[in-house]
Ligand binder design. Structure first.
Ligand SMILES: [Mg+2]
Length: 348
């Protein structure tokens, strides 16, 4: 498995078109320029990280750490365009590619020996630099989870191969939270049975793990003992299908939200039908009048192509996250984790 992750992607995209900020501490923020103090850091350059600035930090705090900070509001449409060009390069090898996020992917390199895999990694890095002008890090190992962790450990601008016999030593002593997919929920379940490191996962009985973490238990055990069997699941080229729209006037009435949500669901579903894709995730976005926003999403048990399902999940998410004290300016609906209906693609 070969795992690619772009280095500080949004910030690097901005530097492509703003060479004057090269070498400067730069943050990409969630709010528009005039409201920037209300937002948080979405991502930042390594120069900004040196000041202790990191993703999720309030902009106000970032300015306290560094007065010369350069601020750019997030332009997701542009980042998606750059991402499309990167994925065209990744897909040009004719191998299965699984898109994890706007700037991360796993590529199935089954059949390549270590030498050829590293050569392919080098070539990919060169091509992405030459054709797009961006740096990335590549991790190569067995299974998606391990390859992603190797990639993480090689950042920035790295290329690292972890042979099968090196996996267990590599994992030794690492916290369970470092396994991709182990979020706070799974982590606290594992903590409750006394497991805090990956090697402890490996020496714990699979049944006990499954009792604590459900179906993820067996997979976790495999990863911990260096037998990560995860494979690439191809998804459609589009990361998601989404629509968002500003309400006629700011509202604190959930009925207005539902009305607009129904329209957005119609439009999203129209695209789902046209592109003939299945989706596994449904998400919403609520933008408030102070330009802050929240996004919420739900993963379904199975792939779906039902309009009613988009509508009911979206409604539930809006209801659960509605706050009558905060006027809403704009809302969005999306489906993601897409898969093609026809063709040779695996859907599981
Ligand atoms: Mg990245």
């Amino acid at each position: 498995m070969l795992y690619v992750d772009m280095d500080s992607f949004f910030a690097s995209c901005e530097l492509l078109r703003h060479a004057e900020y090269l070498g400067k501490p730069l943050v990409i923020g969630t709010s528009e320029e005039r409201n920037k103090e209300r937002g948080v850091v979405q991502t930042c350059t390594y120069e900004a990280r040196k000041f202790g600035i990191k993703s999720g930090m309030p902009i106000v705090q970032a300015y306290k750490l560094c007065k010369e900070l350069v601020y750019i509001p997030s332009d997701e449409k542009y980042y998606e365009d750059v991402s499309d060009r990167i994925f065209a390069v990744l897909r040009s090898y004719g191998r299965p590619v699984e898109q994890y996020s706007i700037d991360e992917a796993a590529i199935d390199i089954e059949g390549l020996d270590y030498g050829s895999a590293v050569a392919m990694g080098k070539e990919l890095k060169d091509r992405i630099m030459k054709e797009i002008g961006l740096k990335c890090t590549i991790g190569i190992s067995h299974g998606k989870y391990i390859a992603k962790m190797v990639c993480e450990s090689a950042k920035p601008d790295g290329l690292k191969l972890l042979r099968r016999e090196e996996i267990v030593p590599f994992l030794k002593g690492k916290a369970i939270e470092e396994i991709p997919g182990v979020g706070p929920k799974t982590a606290s379940k594992l903590h409750s049975i006394g497991i805090d490191t990956i090697d402890k996962v490996g020496s714990t009985d699979v049944q006990l793990l499954s009792k604590a973490t459900g179906s993820f238990g067996a997979e976790l055990h495999n990863i911990a003992v260096g037998d990560d069997r995860s494979r690439v699941v191809e998804s459609s080229e589009a990361l998601s299908i989404s629509r968002e729209r500003t309400l006629e006037s700011n509202t604190t009435d959930i009925k207005d939200v539902y009305l607009m949500a129904d329209r957005l669901v119609e439009e999203v579903y129209g695209d789902v039908e046209k592109k003939n894709v299945l989706f596994k995730g449904v998400g919403i976005k609520i933008k408030y009048d102070d330009f802050t926003y929240v996004t919420r999403s739900t993963l379904l048990k199975n792939y779906s192509q039902s309009k009613e399902q988009i509508a009911s999940v979206a409604r539930k998410l809006f209801e659960r996250n509605f706050d009558a004290k905060k006027p809403i300016r704009k809302i969005g609906v999306k489906v993601y984790s897409l898969s093609r209906v026809s063709g040779q693609r695996r859907l599981s």
